[in-house]
Write a protein that binds this ligand. Structure first.
Ligand code: GLN
Length: 489
């Protein structure tokens, strides 16, 4: 069996049937990390206890017990999710030595299902960015072309997975951080409906927007991963107590009669010609399989980026207040003796990177008295209207399709000095977070330079099933995910 290119469900089946041991699988992927990650820099921390965990899975099988649906599947976990006993940094200097005393629900559920946490992957510090250039552990390279960014903020997860240093990965998405890197690295990635996945043990960026979700090499693996991590959790009151469908068993690629909504405003943006072409090819493929397209209009979406950057920074400024050198995080040794304010400001000044500082300042301003009504309160009102607009649009369609981004991956260094240009990269992804809707990136083709391009699917609240349905239709029709391999492998 070629472990490198096997799907996660194939690996789990082989481990369960004794064709390969979980330990062999773990060693295989670990050795890929050792050789490939020198070039890619996707991992912040490799899990030294991965082999031990794999042995425990093998012991379970030897004892005749059920090892779980992800038996022996090596998963790369974004370094924003707490892992008990395994360093978790949020790619920030301020948490450089943080060893969590407990695991996030997502990681506990994966491990209970037999998955092996192979390591913790790099991100833009605290999830803030679109290129993985804001990480304390350095930039991450795109395995399709090492001069390009892998996207962000879950860039390490996407790069690790696309270079096949893991079989599946976990990202988080506050404004596009699963979907955009998935698109840039040729992967399937889903941000589920807000409340589908517990946020317990995930370092908070913007609590009303954050959701974790999987990245994978196929629709089926994405579905399997998502059903494992979803569902109510007593530690997160915003997690929904709805039943979690067994998406992996309900998969179909028949889209006959399905209505695909195409938002006029998304296509009016200045699109890179390759993105335009690939998006149209995906639409044609769905039509050829019997889907119909409906033009819809989402006029308020043009406000999504400013609304997002008010809401997200406001919440971030509150969430990041705990890193003060006393309660959490790096403590400066340069503060004046007995001066608590000096200790706070020096600890934060030394620990946070420039983008995080910018966001804290923006968010603090938006929440300050005298400006609150004009900025935060107004943004919250427009957010509600954006949600209503989507709900109205879903009266005439089942799934909405759009580009994920206006362009394929950009070059390292190209946008990092222009924050506004970087923020505008989020134009197509932030609205689903604001509305709480599920969104997915599906590999659909390649640019003329050979970089992957995904299309975005957006569904009604709790209707991930239809997105998986359309995703599988695109996967089977275009075969883009399997058509080419990244430069490094
Ligand atoms: N690029 C967006 C930002 O910088 C989204 C980040 C995310 O989803 N975590 O905020």
């Amino acid at each position: 069996m070629d472990l490198t290119f096997a799907t996660s469900s194939e690996i789990a089946a082989a481990v369960k049937n004794g064709k390969v041991t979980a330990l062999e699988v773990t060693r295989h992927f670990m050795s890929r990390v050792q050789t490939l990650d020198k070039q890619i820099n996707a991992f912040v921390t490799v899990n030294e206890k991965a082999e031990e965990a794999a042995k425990a899975v093998d012991a379970k099988i030897a004892a005749g017990k059920d090892p779980g649906a992800l038996a022996g599947v090596p998963v790369a976990v974004k370094d924003l999710l707490c892992t008990k006993g395994l360093r978790t940094t949020a790619s920030s200097k301020i948490l450089g030595n943080f060893i969590p005393p407990y695991s996030s629900t997502v990681v506990s559920r994966l491990e209970a299902a037999g998955a092996i946490t192979i390591g913790k992957t790099s991100l833009d510090e605290f999830g803030m960015g679109s290129s993985n250039e804001n990480a304390a552990s350095g930039i991450v390279r795109n395995p399709w072309n090492p001069e390009y960014v892998p996207g962000g903020s879950s860039g390490g997860s996407a790069a690790a997975l696309s270079a096949r240093m893991a079989s599946a990965a976990i990202g988080t998405d506050t404004g596009g951080s699963i979907r955009q890197p998935a698109s840039f690295c040729g992967l399937f990635g889903i941000k589920p409906t807000y409340g589908r996945v517990s946020r317990f043990g995930i370092i908070a960026f913007a609590s009303s927007l954050d959701q974790a979700g999987p990245m994978a090499h196929s629709t089926a693996d994405c579905a399997l991963m998502l059903e494992t991590i979803s569902g109510a959790c007593s530690h997160d009151s915003t997690s929904a107590s709805l039943e979690v469908p067994k998406w992996s068993q309900l998969l179909k690629d028949d889209v006959k009669g399905m209505r695909i909504g195409l938002p006029r405003e998304y296509f009016a943006e200045k699109l890179d010609p390759d993105v335009d072409r690939v998006t149209k090819e995906a639409i044609e493929a769905l039509k050829a399989r019997g889907a119909t397209t409906v033009e819809i209009s989402l006029p308020l979406v043009k406000h999504a980026v400013p609304v997002y950057y008010l809401v997200a920074t406001a919440e971030a400024s509150a969430n990041l207040a705990r890193y003060d050198g006393m309660r959490f995080g790096h403590r400066s040794s340069n503060a004046a003796h007995g001066d608590l304010d000096d200790l706070y400001s020096r600890s934060r000044g030394e620990g946070f990177g420039p983008e995080v500082k910018r966001r804290i300042m923006l968010g603090t301003y938006a929440l300050s008295s005298g400006y609150y009504d004009a900025y935060y309160a107004k943004a919250s009102q427009v957010r509600r209207l954006i949600r209503d607009e989507f709900l109205k649009a879903f009266e005439s369609c089942d799934v909405i399709l759009s580009p994920v981004c206006t362009s394929p991956a950009f070059k390292i260094g190209e946008r990092i000095n222009d924050p506004l240009e970087m923020y505008l990269n989020d134009i197509f992804t932030t609205s689903t977070n604001l509305a709480g809707l599920p969104g997915m990136s599906v590999p659909a083709g390649y640019s003329s330079k050979g970089l992957p391009i995904g299309v975005q699917l957006m569904g009604r609240h709790w209707d991930e099933a239809k997105m998986f349905n359309v995703s599988l239709a695109i996967e089977n029709a275009l075969g883009a995910a399997k058509a080419r391999r990244p430069h490094v492998i």
